[in-house]
Design a protein around this ligand. Structure first.
Ligand code: ZN
Length: 234
């Protein structure tokens, strides 16, 4: 397939098709040349949605300018990959350029490089070892209330749950290990006042917390992610 025509302002609002069969560096350049500052991701989101829809192994869901796709092969574990499609405002740095072997242009690092890899893998991994969920979301570079991943997860919590998550943000080609999230809860137990000389008339609120502690003690922690990944072969 011939490389996709370079993006121009005249293409705004048109249906853009990216050549996902192209080598990764060409695909990333195509994504770069579809400007997508926060709040203006629809053209890029449309191109991503179209590409994902072409893969019969993917179930695709779009909410606003967030596009998600997943495999449903019945594997024991699921990996969720997420990357944002928006950039900070363009500042005379599009269209992209290759200089001295490096790709330059708004969003090349943060994070259309990662976005291109996610898109290509989503299309190529028809039979992944673990089921995969791919989420390409909008509005990451602005206030949290607009964040596409958060909004999408609120509406479709099942689409953002998995055993392990990868975020394709730039990390200078190093893997940065994260950890489990935390759950903070406020628990209220109630008692009944009584004089110590008639303690049988009262209820000690602290005793009510005993069951909470014993449930916590019985809780079996999830396996660490590297154990999951290294032992689960489909
Ligand atoms: Zn980023």
């Amino acid at each position: 397939m011939a490389p996709t025509a370079r993006y121009t302002d005249a293409m705004v609002g048109e249906s853009i098709v990216v050549d996902t069969a192209a080598p990764i560096e060409v695909l990333v350049q195509q994504l770069l040349d579809i400007p997508s500052p926060s709040g203006s991701e629809s053209a890029l989101a449309g191109a991503i949605e179209k590409a994902l829809n072409s893969a019969p192994h993917l179930e695709v869901l779009r909410v606003g300018n967030t596009i998600a796709a997943r495999t449903n092969t019945g594997r024991k574990h699921r990996v969720v990959w997420a990357g944002h499609s928006d950039t900070v405002p363009v500042h005379h740095n599009l269209p992209s350029q290759v200089r001295d072997g490096f790709l330059w242009g708004r969003g090349s690092v943060d994070m259309k490089g990662g976005l291109g890899i996610g898109l290509k893998l989503a299309l190529e991994l028809a039979e992944p070892v673990h089921d995969m969920t791919w989420i390409f979301y909008d509005n990451e570079e602005v206030e949290a209330s607009k964040n596409g991943l958060g909004l999408f997860g609120t509406v479709h919590p099942d689409w953002v749950s998995g055993d392990f998550a990868i975020v394709g943000e730039p990390s200078n080609s190093a893997v940065e290990g994260g950890c489990n999230g935390t759950l903070r809860v406020v628990i209220t137990t109630r008692g009944t006042q009584a004089h110590s000389a008639r303690s049988w008339m009262g209820v000690n609120a602290i005793h009510g917390a005993a069951e909470v502690l014993s449930r916590l003690e019985r809780y079996e922690a999830q396996q660490s992610w590297w154990t999951v990944l290294s032992t689960a072969k489909a």
